[in-house]
Design a protein around this ligand. Structure first.
Ligand code: A2R
Ligand code: GDD
Length: 327
């Protein structure tokens, strides 16, 4: 059996990746989680995986888990992943994302083991891409516009350096936006879908708050993305970097309109200045030719389906408090 370790297994992508790996014969899934991590995303598979307590900021804790698991593959997903929080807590974001990854790479280097390591980079690394650079290739300059974007550039380059300096088996990907059920409630599609679900249940006035609707993002379904991550570790070349995206971009306004078309009630949209960012990447549209040619991957789930599944997830999750229910 292949031992596969997922950092950030309780998160959005980590939990979907665990679901995917459990379908692959011959794979044992191990995960790192903090003692107070919310485990609702992996509740349904808890008896099929092994969890280890670990904060990636703590080098000794990282080392002892990696020693115990002795993984043949590592998917490093744990991160401070929300862009706005990186302005509110830049040092924490840089520390978690950069030093957290350093702790993992150092543990592997010092133990002299050589697992395949997948590093989850981001389209936010490209940041300020100009219209004539879209769709963005891996060779595009990196001009991150947030501390989060900077942290992802550092993760990416640290991976490159550890590959070059020590020959670690590192595969770097830059995923563009992805969403679906279990997406954290602060991210745009989940946020809008959750607000709609609350409005439908009369838990909130019929007013939906939004931020910048002009930004354009290249969206995929998370279930397509985790399939891509596995293929990356099977077929991609260590040291190289690969874009992963559907190649279809949507203005956030278009996403809002699709979600509103699923709403069962009429809803007013109001822009909330608090939801605007100090700088927002205007357009992110990717070119994943390099990855597709290497792996044969393509996205399969239509985005409308992803949004339907996301809103249904929130309809199921948003509950009317017992004391509010009419008898
Ligand atoms: O915060 P927690 O305890 O619920 O766990 C989150 C984990 N995480 C950490 N794990 C160990 N030590 C830490 N210091 C630490 N900080 C965060 O990372 C959670 O399990 C995961 C993040 O999940 P999400 O916020 O749902 O992010 P998502 O979308 O799954 O992102 C996965 C990767 C990240 O590297 C992003 O930067 C990239 O994809 O886009
Ligand atoms: N969150 C949020 N809330 N975003 C909004 C809102 C809102 O009310 N209104 C508009 N937006 C816009 C943001 O300004 C941004 O342009 C876009 O919607 C997407 O925002 P998020 O869903 O928060 O995601 P992100 O693009 O900042 O970052 C996500 O994708 C990256 C690339 O894959 C995260 O998953 C990152 O971890 C990931 O690296």
């Amino acid at each position: 059996m292949m031992r596969v370790l997922i950092t950030g297994i309780t998160g959005f992508v980590g939990s979907h990746l665990a679901d995917h790996l459990l379908q692959i014969p011959g794979v044992n899934v191990y995960g790192m989680a903090r003692w107070r991590s919310r485990t609702e995303n992996i509740e349904h598979i808890k008896d099929k995986i092994r969890l280890f307590e670990c904060d990636i900021r703590d080098a000794s804790s990282v080392k002892s888990v990696i020693k115990e698991v002795n993984p043949e593959k590592i998917f490093h997903l744990a991160a401070q992943s929300f862009v706005p929080s990186s302005w509110n807590a830049p040092a924490e974001t840089l520390f978690t994302n950069i030093i957290g990854e350093l702790n993992i790479l150092e543990a592997i280097r010092q133990m002299e083991i050589n697992p395949v390591i997948h590093l989850a980079g981001s389209s936010e690394e490209y940041g300020m891409a100009y219209e004539n650079e879209v769709p963005i290739k891996e060779t595009n300059p990196l001009r991150p516009l947030s501390p989060y974007g900077v942290s992802k550039v550092a993760q990416d380059l640290l991976g490159y350096q550890y590959y070059k300096s020590y020959g670690l088996n590192i595969i770097r990907t830059r995923a563009f936006n992805h969403t679906g059920p279990r997406r954290g409630e602060v991210f745009v599609c989940s946020d809008f879908a959750k607000q709609i679900a609350e409005i439908e249940k009369e838990l909130k006035k019929p007013v939906l708050h939004v931020g910048n609707l002009e930004a354009k993002r290249d969206f995929s379904d998370v279930r397509d993305i985790v399939r891509a991550y596995w293929l990356a570790t099977e077929r991609c070349t260590p040291g190289e970097v690969y874009n992963i995206c559907s190649g279809t971009s949507y203005a956030i306004k278009e996403i809002l309109d699709i979600l509103l078309s699923y709403a069962k009630v009429s809803i007013k949209v109001v822009q909330d200045p608090a939801r605007m960012r100090p700088s927002d990447v205007p357009v992110l549209g990717g070119d994943s030719t390099k990855f597709r040619e290497k792996t044969g991957w393509k996205s399969e789930i239509p985005f409308e389906q992803t949004l339907k599944d996301t809103i249904d997830y929130w309809r199921e999750k948003v509950k009317v408090p017992v004391e509010w229910r009419k008898t």
